[in-house]
Design a protein around this ligand. Structure first.
Ligand code: C2E
Ligand code: MG
Ligand code: MG
Length: 762
């Protein structure tokens, strides 16, 4: 921008000069003309030359003045900094070093190297180009090693920022250093200190005010911490020496486990900290009683009497952490409740898991689920649903103990990590308190709602080899108790057996697929008004060689956790298409064949090819195939879901939303997803007779679906009353034991033939 302005001014001046020269030439040529014209031209030319001259002079002065004053200000700043600092430019034309830096780098003002040589040297590089400058500016707190004198080296942590650009476009950088040599200097200080300690009790003699960074020494055999005065001022804790407990009282609760872990290592394995510099970053309450981030860069040192002392520098790194925190907030905070999200939970959990091993402590991991939360979303609206989640998060936060942690892990799922105090009943007590608070929210817009939550819990490290495993087990416990609202279920060894059983199922299933032990059963879908079969749902069964049938609930969830599900789906699609075509060829009425698809299948890139291939191979027109997707699957990645569904719709295949109403949010998504059929979950049908709210939901869902041209089918219809009620509410089709259970291909064929003559309308 500045360069543009500069060019503009130059162009105006050049134009002005050219015009003036032209006028002078013109005036000279016409010097014999009328005296008056000649006089006017000459006067103008003289005036123009004079004005240009004055303008150039004035402009140069202003520019120089402005530049000098800004550079003066920066030089003054550098000179007055107590920390090593320098001001330099990107052409390496100038380098202004302050006294602290000259001292640290052992430079003689009389024999200063040229900036082109000096600057790269101070950053420990051979040369500096634009790329190097970019790295230097971006890397905060990076240690640079540069040569000092003939054969020594020195380390410095540089923080560099661009501070000024002059009129010529030169950019000036201000680099402020933390001289790590101070820490190394301390080593020799420490040696003499320990000698003096041995000789005298007068510790006041010790001056630790080496720099303007705080210094902390830890004397291992007395367990005493010696802070420099600067450090005492920094964190507002006075006293010639502290105990670890004094310092611990200032540590931010979330960082306590980390602090304890370091204290323990220092006490028991201090030799691990010999020879290498360690960095501990944590939050302490500062002098102003606000938590700030500090970095302690320390090392263990052998002292004269054979003992060991820890020594190092404390720097306030809050500013850098603030920037990190903004990024973290986006990545690690849940947008609705403003509490940590699953990513953050996993990070913290893994760290705490390590602590449990090292500190011999344990934690409870509790996962919670608000029961039938989708009903709140549907009946009270999305905004109120979010409001409830927020309030639930607040209730959760209140239960956090020291060093504990809470997060929202998905939709209506939350997790808590609590310090295990030895009280076996703690998880149940805490969850009961949360349940009580949740129940108390059933006022105002949540009036008459039964607000409950279920929970599952496991103990860490006892119940798993990693945090992830402990979480899985807590979730497993939650899922086993989920049939009862408000259940609080702890993970047990028996559940472990279930997990083992699942892994056996997986092995057996793999073999079963190879041996073609999977078969398809079909359940009819009936039109409520005519009683005619309009479709069939293909449901997979595992027929063991001894004739026993394994229901899909046993093996599908196991298969869904592995790529086996894709093999199963491929088989189901091919077999269902083949069967549908066979029945069409036999002259049976045209009916739509539905197949179920799992998340892993649906998100596979080649899913459309598999479907198109099966249709083509059997020459089945696409409109006779319907794919059932569950709502939770559809909501996992909404953008991908929409595009994948559109691809399938382009093929001409129909798409049904299965188990509608069991997921997290339903009505709102109905509008954006290209479904052709909506399958109301069995739970609606079950509760419809005596729950007015459910009736209201069914009728509004049907209404919205109709308005969008989507047909509706109800699952799990077992009684004539349910069928009648559904018809009154406007539902189109039904599926359930009232009409027919899933049956073999042979029985299905007979069922369809019978249906052509005998139909029942309830
Ligand atoms: P779904 O897709 O919701 O299938 C409906 C289930 O409800 C079937 O159970 C069916 O037998 C059962 N059902 C139908 N009418 C009634 C009724 O009136 N009362 C009761 N109590 N139940 C009824 P099924 O066949 O055991 O399948 C269970 C689930 O397993 C299915 O639920 C589906 O999620 C999954 N599944 C079945 N076959 C496949 C498949 O080929 N692929 C995939 N990915 N999943 C499948
Ligand atoms: Mg289904
Ligand atoms: Mg279903």
């Amino acid at each position: 921008m500045k360069r543009l302005k500069q060019r503009l001014i130059y162009s105006i001046m050049v134009t002005f000069a050219i015009v003036t020269v032209l006028i002078i030439i013109y005036a000279f040529r016409h010097r014999d003309a009328d005296d008056l014209v000649y006089l006017i031209f000459n006067s103008y030319a003289l005036l123009a030359v004079l004005l240009s001259f004055l303008f150039v002079l004035y402009w140069q002065r202003v520019r120089r003045k402005r530049m000098i004053s800004e550079q003066k200000r920066l030089r003054h700043l550098v000179k007055n900094l107590t920390a090593p600092a320098m001001l330099w430019d990107d052409d390496l034309k100038s380098a202004e070093l302050n006294e602290a830096l000259m001292r640290a780098a052992e430079l003689d003002p009389e024999e200063m190297p040229a900036p082109k040589q000096l600057i790269p040297q101070l950053f420990g590089r051979e040369h500096i180009d634009d790329e190097a400058i970019r790295e230097i500016v971006l890397s905060k707190n990076q240690e640079y090693v540069f040569p000092v004198g003939e054969d020594r080296q020195r380390s410095m942590v540089w923080n560099t920022s661009a501070v000024h650009t002059d009129e010529e476009g030169l950019t000036y950088f201000l680099s402020i250093g933390v001289d790590l040599e101070n820490i190394r200097l301390m080593e020799s200080e420490l040696r003499s200190y320990s000698r003096r300690l041995a000789a005298s009790e007068n510790r006041n003699m010790l001056t630790m005010e080496l720099t303007d960074i705080g210094i902390l020494l830890i004397e291992l055999h007395t367990h005493k911490l010696y802070p420099s005065e600067k450090l005492q001022r920094m964190i507002g804790l006075s006293g010639e020496h502290w105990t670890a407990k004094d310092l611990r009282s200032l540590v931010y609760p979330m960082d306590l486990a980390l602090f304890d872990r370091h204290v323990k290592t220092i006490r028991n394995h201090v030799r691990d900290y010999m020879n290498t510099t360690q960095v501990l970053e944590l939050r302490l309450s500062g002098a102003d009683k606000r938590y700030r981030w500090y970095s302690y860069r320390f090392k263990a040192l052998q002292v004269a009497d054979g003992g060991v002392i820890i020594g190092g520098a404390v720097i306030d790194i809050s500013k850098e952490k603030e920037k990190d925190a903004q990024i973290e907030q986006i990545a690690y905070e849940d947008a609705v409740t403003a509490i940590p999200n699953r990513n953050r939970l996993m990070n913290v959990g893994e760290e705490l898991y390590l602590c449990t091993k090292e500190l011999d402590v344990s934690y409870w991991v509790i996962v919670m689920d608000i029961d039938r939360f989708h009903l709140i979303n549907d009946t009270c609206g999305y905004a109120n649903g979010n409001e409830l989640l927020k309030r639930f998060a607040r209730a959760l936060e209140k239960e956090l103990t020291e060093g504990g942690f809470g997060a929202r892990i998905s939709g209506d799922n939350f997790a808590l990590i609590l310090h295990d105090t030895g009280d076996e009943k703690l998880p149940v007590t805490v969850v009961k308190r949360i349940q009580k608070k949740l129940a108390a929210l059933a006022v105002g817009k949540f009036e008459n709602r039964s607000l409950t939550c279920s929970a599952g819990y496991a103990r860490m490290p006892h119940d798993g080899g990693s945090f992830e495993e402990v979480m899985e087990r807590a979730e497993f416990a939650l899922s086993t108790g989920k049939s009862v609202n408000g259940a609080v279920t702890g993970y047990t060894e028996q559940m472990h057996d279930t997990i083992i059983r699942e892994s056996n199922i997986e092995k057996e299933l793999r073999r079963a697929i190879e041996k073609n032990e999977l078969v398809l059963y079909y359940q009819p879908k009936i039109a409520l008004d005519s009683g005619a079969v309009i479709g069939l749902e293909a449901l997979v069964r595992w027929k063991k060689p001894d004739g026993t049938m394994v229901p899909p609930e046993v093996f599908i969830p196991v298969a869904e956790r592995t790529p086996l599900i894709m093999q199963i789906t491929r088989f189901v699609i091919r077999e269902a298409c083949r069967q549908a075509k066979e029945w069409q060829k036999k002259g049976l009425p045209e009916i739509v064949m539905s197949v179920n698809m799992s998340g892993m299948d649906f998100y596979q890139d080649n899913v459309c090819n598999v479907v198109a291939g099966a249709l083509k191979k059997n020459t089945l027109p696409p409109r006779f195939l319907e794919i059932e997707l569950t709502e939770s699957l559809a909501l996992k990645d909404i953008d991908l879901t929409v595009s994948r569904m559109k691809q399938l719709r382009v093929l001409g295949v129909q798409i049904a939303m299965d188990d509608f109403g069991t997921g997290y949010s339903s009505l709102s998504y109905l509008r954006s997803l290209p479904f052709t059929m909506l399958k109301l979950d069995r739970s609606f049908v079950m509760h419809m007779a005596d729950d007015l709210v459910v009736q209201e939901i069914v009728s509004s869902v049907v209404r919205i679906a109709k308005a969008k041209g989507i047909r509706t089918i109800a699952e799990g219809v077992e009684t004539p009353q349910q069928a009648q009620q559904l018809r009154l509410l406007g539902c189109d089709y039904v599926q359930g034991y009232l009409y027919g259970k899933p049956m073999s291909a042979e029985d299905t064929e007979a069922f369809i033939r019978r249906n052509q003559t005998e139909r029942k309308v309830y």
